[in-house]
Design a protein around this ligand. Sequence first.
Ligand code: 0X9
Ligand code: ZN
Length: 574
Amino acid sequence: MIPREDTLRDWNLVEVEIGSVRELLAVGQLGELMACQPGPGPNLVLIAPDARAALDASGLRYRVVAQDMLSVAREERRLNDEARAQRDATFFTAYRTLDEFTAHLSMLDVYPGLPDEQVTLFSIGNSIEGRPILGLRIASPNPPQDVQRPVFLITANQHAREWVAGASGMYVADRLVTGYGVDPAITALVDGVEFYVIPIVNPDGYYHTWINSSTRYWRKNRRNNGTSFGVDLNRNWAFAWGGPGSSGSPTSDTYRGTAAFSEPETAQIRDLILGVPSVSSPLPNLKAHVDLHTFSQLVLSPWGYTTSASPRASELAGLTSSMVAAVEAKHGSNYTGGPAGATLYIASGVAPDWSFGTVGALSWTFELRPQSGASVSGFSPAPSTILLSAEEAFEGIRVLAEHVQVRMRIGTVSPAPDSLASGLPADWSIAIAPENGYALDAGSEALFYRLNGGEWSQAPLTGGPSQFIATIPAQFCSSSVDFFVEARASDGFVTRLPANAPIEFFSAATPPCPFCLGDADGDQAVEFRDIISTLSNWGSVGEPGIAGDSNHDGIVGFEDILAALQNWGALCSR
Ligand code: 0X9
Ligand code: ZN
């Protein structure tokens, strides 16, 4: 049943000052919490005309933000219609209907100039009302080094009314498809990562928010619960399902459903993920998941279901702050990062807890713009916000997409030598740490070196399992050695230090050779002891820097003895 267009008439949007859990519960009875962060402090609540007296009687402090939500919704619609009508309108300069999303996905699927395998439009199955849940798989046919790539899932609009989220998800897909082969950084991302983007997880709910102004603020899917509608898809995932911060009451906006994955929308994403096997791990190959929501400008890692610390907490915290920094740098806005339960509020059965807790993927909830819903609902900031929000979200996703490609970190424990004593080997201490669930293919770690720009040779590292010694072999005087280190991960992917070796490499030089022929010890004078050492080494071959090899050809030959004899007594200076 679709509410009449004027159902929202005279509903008030009020900001209630909440000081206790009791007050929060009371306000939840009176109206619909519109805040992304219900909790202490000001909370936006939608109040029906007949509940206003009860609100007054409750003694709660509040101020009216909007007298008539119907006119707020209508005004949003009017502004969007204006934005749509602009001559230079693009997909991202106005809010778009479900049909427009479908059309845009189809357009990207056949985007000209890209190989067929690169972009695939897929449906994971139908929603409750029978709409296909569409996504794009974006992955180039050129995986670097021909290994299996990490899978990155981007989902949006589990919550129907959060329109900026779906638009931002679509923007990510759009950038990846249209930037390939044009922007080298995007090309590298699409070569290195297999992306799955599902911009509208909840098509029925999204459709519903477009029916008329009174349906604009629908959140859940459109499951018919008998006397009411909808399951909150972001309470329906199997990790910690049924716990605090989810409701067993079908009328609640955080209704968790009758069982974990009771809803086709969530169950089919689960099946998609579980169906992406990994060659190097028993778990599916999903390595990253970002679930887009609005609003409040937050970057939230697991756990959502508890305020207790998650596994890998410092790794998640480091990534959260890198993502926040990248998101903020794009347009100078403010985002807050942290674990979801501790930073925002506890919610059980949320998507990132499942993809992190069950599959082991690095997973985040992004709450996009605006920061607060001060004067409007917060779910339809001005259409000009869409692109800004999407561009910010993209930068956070980029950080994570770059991170999940890392199999191995190769670091220097001692600095790479830049000078070598002639005739002596030099040791260089290296640390190798696998990342993202990969392992070091033991024995694959090696030093590559070349003399005076010649051919590369290879020498194994010694030590291990995490700290190694690279030994740069002894060289003649006046030589230069270039070198780099590489190691292979369990999936076959080779990592090098420096990362783009052998285009870049380290270099070290031996001191210049002694100036005069016959000066076997290089002390700038040809003395009797030089003749003796030349004679005693006569016939030695290939020993770098050996005394007596005064022409530095790697052999102490007859001509070296002659040179020493001829120059005996000479003082050498440059
Ligand atoms: O409650 C949600 O599902 C998300 N907020 S929203 O306003 N978009 O509905 C937040 C989920 C993040 N996880 C936790 N807070 N636990
Ligand atoms: Zn949401």
